[in-house]
Design a protein around this ligand. Structure first.
Ligand SMILES: C[S@@+](CC[C@H](N)C(=O)[O-])C[C@H]1O[C@@H](n2cnc3c(N)ncnc32)[C@H](O)[C@@H]1O
Length: 299
């Protein structure tokens, strides 16, 4: 039976350097800014980063007009004192991510309107070359608050190389066509936020993590931009969605996470094998998506 110690390396002390064999298919429990510095140059074929959003929610209960409570992200890991502090944090991890990417590797960063434009600007300033952004449309977004803004139903994924000169990166266009909307496989993915059995909950029924991403999202990232056997890094792994999808799709992973509760949750997920189909959702699911997009209403 696989144990916690088989999967987790606790990052301690300053002197240690990691070699690739030691960290392959492992969770490193520690601060990504310290851990990344100990990983050799050019280790990964793909990096997926789902960083803090810096949502800046007020420190009080948010109640909708309907009387229901807004289930927002108000975790300590999402708090920064200022945009400057957030930007410095972003620059620090992007610098290390760039270094540990293989020459033909690509990187994905996901975020909302709160942070993704800052992250995108910093990436361009640092020489990353943006290949695409992919818009994730959520079929079941968090309902609107007071009705004073549009319902926020999207997240943006930036997909980039280290720099403009990179050629020969992995792009599996058949999957891009299958997952993207429309005949051309446009850069729009329509899928629900993580829920049901997939959503990790503690004994009292509370979500283990406020921003657990759906496996379907990571499946799409991995199938479109990696090959079997590739090494994938997620330096802020949360509940380990990236590693779980990577394992099911026969890729290798390294995940870094600072929070002990999330590390424990990842281990639980990784020791329970799952299967992921490489195809798109079922027919009935596709129909629901079409209805969501109101495509059926065009006469
Ligand atoms: C948006 S969540 C990632 C959620 C993840 N994609 C999932 O599916 O569960 C960001 C994560 O980054 C972690 N984090 C924040 N700062 C970190 C740091 N310096 N080093 C490692 N992890 C960090 C947080 O604890 C949090 O779990």
């Amino acid at each position: 039976m696989i144990e916690f110690e088989d999967l987790v390396i606790k990052d301690e002390g300053d002197a240690r350097e990691y070699n690739v064999e030691q960290i392959r298919d492992k969770i490193i429990w520690g601060d990504a800014l310290r851990v990344l510095k100990k990983i050799p140059d050019e280790t990964f074929d793909l990096v997926f980063v789902d960083p803090p959003y810096f949502l800046q929610l007020p420190n009080k209960k948010l109640v909708r007009w309907s009387g229901t409570i807004v289930d927002g992200v108000n975790d300590e890991w999402d708090k920064f004192r200022s945009f400057e502090e957030y930007d410095n944090f972003t620059r620090s991890w992007l610098k290390e991510v760039k270094r540990v990417m293989k020459p033909k590797a690509t990187v994905w960063v996901i975020g909302t309107y709160h942070n993704i434009h800052r992250v995108g600007k910093i990436m361009q300033d640092m020489g990353f070359w943006i290949l695409n952004d992919v818009i994730w449309i959520k079929t079941n977004p968090v309902p609107n608050f007071l009705g004073v803004r549009f319902t926020n139903a999207t997240e943006t994924l930036i997909w980039a190389t280290k720099d403009k000169k990179v050629k020969g990166y992995t792009f599996n266009k058949e999957y891009a066509k299958e997952f993207g909307i429309g005949k051309v496989g446009a850069n729009i993915w329509v899928l629900p936020i993580c829920g049901g059995k997939e959503r990790l909950r503690d004994k009292s029924g509370k979500k283990v993590h406020s921003t657990q991403k759906p496996l379907e999202l990571l499946k799409r990232v991995i199938l479109t931009t990696t090959k079997e056997g590739d090494m994938i890094l997620d330096p802020m792994a949360g509940t380990g969605t990236t590693g779980v999808a990577a394992k099911a799709l026969k890729r290798h992973y390294v995940m870094i996470e600072i929070n002990e509760t999330y590390v424990k949750a990842m281990v639980e997920r990784l020791i329970t094998p799952i299967r992921l189909t490489t195809s798109n959702f079922s027919y009935s699911y596709q129909k629901r998506i079409q209805q969501y997009l109101k495509l059926n209403e065009v006469k």
